[in-house]
Design a protein around this ligand. Structure first.
Ligand code: HEC
Ligand code: HEC
Length: 162
């Protein structure tokens, strides 16, 4: 008799557990920074493509070794196996004439660490690392702080990385 009662209690508690284990549907309406309130099974209306920032003002770097962002438009600049429009202005030999910042010396160092007289093949496709910026409101918040902002550099004469 006692075993039966125990079994009944056990069953009852198991049942109660399964009832409570049902997934709880949040009361708040669905909201996502990228999709807005568009439900998951519907397609959100894409925002208009923001214009490329074209102010020709060099932006600061957010961290050491950051590839600087491109402060001008690069629409229709050919950059493929046959031609590299970027180098027409940015090659060290062209910089004086074009007024562009010459590519950094690091771009002439190959993967073996050898400095050569020509651009290293691994730096040929500039937009692998350098990107223009859109004049758009950020979709998600960002609290990134560079390490220099958090912990001031101890030595005032940091070697320039470029
Ligand atoms: C017609 C010449 C010209 C061409 C072509 C050109 N640039 Fe520039 N670039 C400039 C000039 C001039 C600046 C200096 C800032 C300004 O006036 O926009 C600059 C600035 C930059 C900077 C900022 C450098 C820094 O120190 O912050 C980057 C990065 C850059 N360009 C990358 C590119 C890439 C990648 C391409 C090819 C997709 C390209 N540029 C094509 C002229 C050019
Ligand atoms: C693999 C990534 C990568 C590629 C590809 C690359 N760069 Fe860079 N670039 C960097 C980084 C990182 C820096 C900053 C640190 C440094 O100087 O190396 C930089 C710096 C620069 C600068 C600033 C130089 C200065 O003295 O302020 C210019 C201009 C530039 N790159 C242009 C170009 C152009 C033009 C190309 C294509 C021919 C190119 N880069 C390809 C990573 C890259």
């Amino acid at each position: 008799m006692r075993t039966l009662t125990l079994l009944a209690i056990l069953l009852a508690s198991l049942l109660a557990f399964t009832v409570f284990a049902q997934p709880v549907v949040p009361a708040v309406p669905f909201h996502d920074n990228l999709r807005g309130t568009t439900p998951i099974d519907e397609e959100a209306k894409p925002p208009l493509i923001a214009p490329t920032e074209n102010k020709d003002v060099i932006r600061g770097l957010n961290y050491a070794q950051q590839p600087p962002t491109i402060p001008h438009k690069i629409d229709n600049y050919q950059l493929d196996r046959n031609a590299n429009k970027c180098l027409a202005c940015h090659a060290r030999s062209r910089a004086e004439e074009s007024g562009a910042v010459p590519v950094a010396v690091s771009h002439y160092i190959d993967r073996a660490g050898e400095v050569s007289g020509h651009l290293s093949p691994r730096r040929y496709f500039c937009t692998q690392c350098h990107v223009p910026q859109a004049d758009a409101k950020p979709l998600v918040g960002n609290t990134f702080q560079s390490v220099e902002d958090i912990r001031p550099l101890s030595s005032p004469t940091q070697p320039k990385s470029r």
